[in-house]
Design a binder for this molecule. Structure first.
Ligand SMILES: NC(=O)c1ccc[n+]([C@@H]2O[C@H](COP(=O)([O-])OP(=O)(O)OC[C@H]3O[C@@H](n4cnc5c(N)ncnc54)[C@H](O)[C@@H]3O)[C@@H](O)[C@H]2O)c1
Length: 354
């Protein structure tokens, strides 16, 4: 059968195209952008209400290997970025069985939208950019909570995020001297430590057998695992330390409710997601969504700390938890910056749509 009538549809208006950027091109553009400054500006814009951050679309399933698999759609806009606002969307998919087959766990696409026509103007690979955005938030939170000059760091979970986080933190925290790595797959931690040793001869790298052992001596601990059940016990937490709960599932309820300060990126997104421990605790009324002196509560957002609206003091006895849910607007801000760079330097492939 041939659908001849489709020929009539091809009578077409103005040509339209989209710029496609693969990973190499995205990384090439990112290398020439101050990514931490771009993410920081977007966090401040968000604090001042100069962003649009709709709810995320979330689809999950179990694949044929029995592994948790999901797709998250994250649209957003940063209204005061450069001359024009940045509008776009991140689609980030992941399956926890991917590393067994030699694939990165997470991967996806970033889309830029034209503010005037609403058309998609760019499509880019997002794996590295997403990890760079997440690491930038961590670096900003470390500095905003007063931990920028720590000397010791533990990293629990040594996959893609750990690699990017360590590259950025080692560049931004020159006083870091001791890094302890831990992964359920010990060879993964050993191999990352081996790579880093040769590039950072002034820093000591070691591998711990358990998260408790890694945390014991560290002024801050970075969680980058894929667990869904909290396992970190309060007695493992070193007094005065910072816990960066990037993978969102590692801390037990006791550790979350016992923090002397709890810093987040966005309260609303956390409240809307009771499948994550902090969102569940807020929905159960065990942690208040606004700062209170009489019970566990969220102390501040990173945007508030950056805008100087809230003061965060590094505690001597308690500990601070940062729980960055992950904001699509920060990716969208980077998509905009990458596209500006790619367009001006002629990077990427221009694909004809119509
Ligand atoms: N909050 C955010 O903004 C944000 C953004 C991106 C990714 N993430 C999260 O970061 C986490 C890491 O992502 P990734 O891409 O690096 O994943 P990955 O699969 O590449 O690495 C995860 C590593 O954790 C290890 N691991 C799993 N369970 C462990 C445990 N109990 N103890 C020690 N190690 C353990 C795995 O062996 C693996 O090496 C994921 O949970 C992801 O959802 C959060």
């Amino acid at each position: 059968m041939e659908n001849r009538w489709l020929a009539d549809v091809l009578a077409r208006p103005t040509p339209e195209s989209v710029r496609f950027l693969g990973r190499t091109e995205v990384v090439d553009c990112l290398a020439r952008i101050d990514v931490v400054a771009a993410v920081k500006d977007a966090l401040v814009s968000h604090h001042h209400g100069r962003t649009i951050l709709p709810s995320e679309a979330y689809l999950s399933w179990t694949n044929q290997h029995g592994a948790y698999s999901r797709s998250i759609g994250m649209p957003g806009a940063v209204l005061d970025q450069g001359d024009e606002a940045a509008y776009g969307m991140k689609i980030i998919n992941a399956s926890v069985s991917n590393p067994e087959f030699g694939l990165e766990r997470a991967g996806g696409l970033g889309l830029c939208f034209d503010p005037r026509t609403a058309r998609v103007t760019a499509v880019m690979e997002v794996g590295v950019l997403s990890a760079v955005r997440t690491a930038a938030v961590t670096a900003i939170a470390v500095e905003a909570t007063g931990y920028g000059s720590v000397r010791s760091l533990a990293v629990v979970g040594c996959g893609t995020q750990a690699r990017v986080h360590l590259a950025l933190l080692l560049a931004r925290c020159p006083e870091l001297r001791r890094i302890t790595l831990c992964d359920v797959r010990r060879p993964v931690a050993e191999s990352l430590a081996g790579e880093l040793v040769s590039r950072h001869p002034g820093v000591s790298f070691s591998v711990a057998a358990t998260p408790a052992e890694a945390m014991a001596d560290a002024e801050m601990t970075l969680f980058l695992t894929t667990v869904s059940e909290g396992y970190v016990r309060p007695d493992w937490v070193r007094p005065g330390s910072l816990l960066l709960n990037v993978s969102l599932g590692d801390l037990t309820d006791e550790v979350l409710t016992g923090a002397s300060a709890l810093v987040v990126d966005d309260v609303q997104l956390i409240v809307e997601n009771p499948r994550r421990p902090l969102g569940r605790l807020i929905n159960e009324g065990r942690i208040a969504a606004k700062a209170r002196a009489d019970r566990p509560s969220i102390t501040a957002t990173i945007g508030e700390l950056l805008a100087g609206d809230m003061l965060s003091e590094r505690p001597d006895t308690g500990y601070v938890v940062v729980n960055p849910f992950g904001l699509g607007i920060l990716d969208v801000a980077l998509f905009g910056a990458v596209l500006r760079r790619a367009s001006s330097a002629g990077i990427g492939q221009v694909l004809e749509l119509v």
